[in-house]
Design a protein around this ligand. Structure first.
Ligand code: T4K
Length: 390
């Protein structure tokens, strides 16, 4: 039994946006009649056209998932040796490099945005460096102009991991307009999704043609293969989900913006809790609501808050803890040392993503904020105790 003040049903960090079921059946009927289930069928092509228009680009292709899209992007850009990236990201970013036999070189992050610290990138460049792989963490744009200038000076490629950045703009310029390639994830937990899926936006048509060939085993028109590719195709059923959800995504972002601002209001004066503020000149997409917990001022640690919230049926996520640089497979790298990454290590110990999705109501957010405030008040007493009512 849960505390009376908690939720009777679990509240998860996110919940997927779902297409209208009747419309989904209609799309399935079209697919059933065509019997084309995969291999760049009509639904996948229509989704690509619609997404290109929505995201303001000419060169967009869809893939089986975001990780697979990143792996294909590395091959498309002919990367080798070392790639400078951030440790404060989902495992997929560094893993995609490792799967291409590339060495991630971890760069520290900015405390304010959680993004790669562009001012530290140049000191990590060696004669083995071929690219920079920054992540627009939680949809907040990196210092794209600075990064693109560094890349131009050192003749490096720039591959952006924009898994969280769907629809984000900088001064009305689409986020995919920067760098050589930008990846978006269409996983079910994202604001726009195709159940599993992803996309790449390319600087030019040549890169797009190469990636499309690699997505289909590397097969050329005569069915020969020059460069071994992989199976990275998005199937027709998933593309249909994407076509339907594209109509819903603006409403989803609007509701998330409303809830985000509400969270900010409810939590802004809770000692020890830091909330993000609206960034200037950015069209944001509100994929996550991430707070930072300062144990000295809040009374308990991030990990204790995470556990206490579970007892109220609130399931948060510690995005992104542990850092990629602290994973067993990357820990031995020289750039993984804690001395090289002081800010990233500090931030990873304090972040907590609270539930945020378009099916939540204002009262859900007020209730979660109220519980976090109440935990703080109770933690003032020397011996912390909350009546769990179990
Ligand atoms: N780069 C970055 C920066 C990324 O964040 C990601 C993925 C990638 C690259 C790779 O893109 P993909 O290859 O995934 O396209 C989730 C997602 O699986 C992952 O896509 C995402 N980032 C990451 C940040 O979050 P988990 O392990 O936290 O997901 P999970 O299963 O715990 O889901 C979170 C909550 O969502 C659950 O508590 C309940 C809810 N949920 C989840 C699913 C899958 C549902 O209600 N229904 C569902 O179907 O990784």
């Amino acid at each position: 039994m849960i505390n009376n003040d908690g939720f009777s049903e679990p509240v998860y960090v996110t919940e997927p946006l779902l297409p209208d079921l009747a419309e989904t059946y209609s799309m399935l009927e079209i697919i059933w009649q065509s019997r084309q289930l995969s291999n760049n069928g009509k639904m996948a092509q229509e989704l690509e056209r619609k997404l290109a228009a929505f995201l303001g680009t000419r060169y967009l292709s869809v893939f089986a998932n975001g990780t697979n899209a990143l792996q294909i992007a590395c091959k498309t850009l002919d990367l080798s040796g070392e790639v400078i990236t951030t440790p404060f990201t989902f495992a997929a970013t560094a893993n995609a490099l490792a799967w291409n036999h590339l060495t991630p070189v971890f760069c520290d992050i900015e405390e304010a945005t959680f993004n790669i610290d562009a001012d530290r990138i140049e000191s990590l460049i060696t004669n083995k460096t071929t690219a920079i792989l920054p992540v627009h963490v939680f949809g907040h744009p990196c210092e794209v102009e600075k990064i693109d200038r560094i890349a131009a000076r050192h003749n490096l490629k720039v591959l952006y991991d924009g898994a969280h950045a769907f629809g984000v703009k900088i001064k009305d310029k689409p986020i995919g307009a920067y760098g050589d390639i930008t990846m978006f994830s269409f996983h079910a937990t994202k604001i726009f999704h195709t159940v599993e899926g992803g996309a790449l936006i390319f600087r030019d048509q040549d890169l797009q043609q190469k990636a499309k060939c690699l997505r289909n085993f590397g097969l050329k028109e005569d069915y020969s293969v020059d460069e071994p590719g992989i199976n990275g195709k998005l199937n027709e059923l998933q593309a249909a989900v994407g076509i339907l959800l594209l109509k819903e995504v603006e409403a989803e972002i609007t509701q998330r913006k409303y809830l985000t601002n509400l969270y900010r209001q409810v939590l802004v004066d809770v000692p020890g809790i830091t909330v993000s503020q609206e960034a200037e000149e950015i069209t944001a997409n509100y994929p996550y609501f991430v707070i930072r917990v300062d144990p000295a001022a809040y009374g308990i640690s991030r990990d204790e808050l995470y556990s206490r919230l579970l007892s109220f049926n609130i399931f948060c996520r510690k995005y992104f803890y542990p850092l990629c640089s602290n994973f067993k497979c990357f820990k031995g790298l020289p750039s993984s040392s804690a001395d090289n990454l002081p800010t990233a290590n500090k931030v990873a110990e304090s972040v907590l993503a609270l539930p945020l999705h378009g099916r939540m109501s204002a009262s859900d957010v007020q209730k979660i904020g109220g519980i976090i405030r109440e935990i703080k008040i109770k933690s003032k007493s020397t011996k912390f105790s909350i009546e769990l009512g179990v």
